[in-house]
Ligand binder design. Structure first.
Ligand SMILES: Cc1cc2nc3c(=O)[nH]c(=O)nc-3n(C[C@H](O)[C@H](O)[C@H](O)COP(=O)(O)OP(=O)(O)OC[C@H]3O[C@@H](n4cnc5c(N)ncnc54)[C@H](O)[C@@H]3O)c2cc1C
Length: 239
C-alpha cells in the first residue's frame, strides 16, 4: 500500500472524495453545495477547487469551482454553481446530487486571484462571478470588518441575485436587463460613472465573471487609475 506523509496526504493536487453535507437553493438556477472533505486544508479567499465526474464507462469531466465560504469554516468548503442548461457538469450538480452523495474534488488552487488581507479592496462581480468575491467578503467580515471593501455586483434581474440576504452597505448592485419594481438604484452595465468614488484607486481590485464582463470591468478600473499590478481577474466563461 502507498505510504504518504501527512503533508502529502493534504497536498492540493490530490483527488479526494468529499461528501455533500448540505444543498441550498440560492436563486432559481443557482445552488450552493457544502462539501465535507476528509483532507481539508484552509484555502485563501479567491481560490478554487476542481471537481471530477466519472461515468460508469470511465468517461470523465472536470470543471473548476470557486470556494464561496471563509477558510474559518473548517472541514468543508461551499461551492456555488450556476446551472447551465446545455452544460455537462453543472446540471449534474443541480439535478442529480443529493445530500449525502459523494463527489471527487481536489484543491485549493490559484495563487494570484487571492485576497491576503490587502486594503482597500474593490470587488467587481458579474453573475456567478460573485462567488470568490463572497469568500473574500465573508472572510473580511469575520476577521477584519473595519477594512474598507466595496462590492459592485452586476446581475441581469432580481432572480439572479445570489447571496441576496448577505449583501450589505458595501454593495452597489446594478441590474442589466430588468430592475425589480420600485428600484431606485443603478441599472445597466457597469460603467465609469458607477465606479466613480467607489474606492481609493491605490488599492486592489478583484474582477470576476464571464469573459466579456472581465474585459469591460478590468478596462474600467484601469481607466479609473488602478495600477495594472493591483488588478486581479478571474474568468469563468467558456475557453
Ligand atoms: C477558476 C474558475 C472558477 C469557476 N468558478 C465557478 C463558480 O464558482 N460557479 C460557477 O457556476 N461556475 C464557475 N466556473 C465555471 C465552471 O468551471 C464551468 O465552466 C461551468 O459550470 C460550466 O460547466 P458545464 O459542464 O455545466 O458546462 P459545459 O458543458 O462546459 O458548457 C456548456 C455550454 O456553456 C458554455 N459555457 C461554459 N462555461 C460557461 C460559463 N461559465 N458561462 C457561460 N457559458 C459557459 C460552453 O461554451 C457550452 O456552450 C469557474 C471557472 C473557472 C475557470
Amino acid at each position: 500500500m502507498e505510504r504518504l506523509t501527512p503533508v502529502e496526504q493534504r497536498a492540493p493536487g490530490r483527488w479526494q472524495i468529499g461528501t455533500v453535507a448540505a444543498i441550498r437553493q440560492e436563486t432559481p438556477h443557482v445552488k450552493t453545495f457544502r462539501i465535507e472533505l476528509p483532507m481539508w486544508v484552509a484555502h485563501l479567499p479567491g481560490q478554487h477547487y476542481d471537481v471530477r465526474l466519472t461515468a460508469p464507462d470511465g468517461y470523465q469531466a472536470q470543471r473548476s469551482y470557486s470556494v464561496a465560504s471563509s477558510p474559518l469554516d473548517e472541514g468543508s468548503v461551499e461551492l456555488t454553481i450556476d446551472r447551465l442548461a446545455d452544460g455537462e457538469v453543472s446540471p449534474y450538480f443541480h439535478d442529480v446530487l443529493v445530500e449525502g452523495d459523494q463527489v471527487e474534488v481536489r484543491g485549493p488552487f490559484a495563487s494570484y486571484f487571492v485576497w491576503r488581507g490587502e486594503s482597500p479592496v474593490l470587488l467587481l462581480g458579474g453573475g456567478s462571478g460573485i462567488v470568490p468575491l463572497m469568500a473574500i467578503l465573508r472572510h473580511r467580515r469575520r476577521t477584519m470588518p473595519e477594512l474598507p471593501m466595496r462590492l459592485v455586483y452586476s446581475v441581469r434581474n432580481a432572480d439572479d441575485v445570489i447571496y441576496a440576504d448577505e449583501l450589505g452597505d458595501e454593495t452597489l448592485l446594478t441590474f442589466t436587463r430588468e430592475a425589480p419594481g420600485g428600484w431606485a438604484g443603478h441599472t445597466g452595465r457597469i460603467d465609469a460613472a458607477l465606479l466613480d468614488g467607489t474606492t481609493d484607486t491605490s488599492g486592489v481590485a478583484f474582477v470576476c465573471g464571464s469573459n466579456g464582463f472581465v474585459e469591460t470591468a478590468s478596462r474600467l478600473v484601469l481607466d479609473a487609475g488602478y495600477d495594472p499590478r493591483s488588478v486581479r481577474t478571474e474568468r469563468f466563461g467558456p475557453t
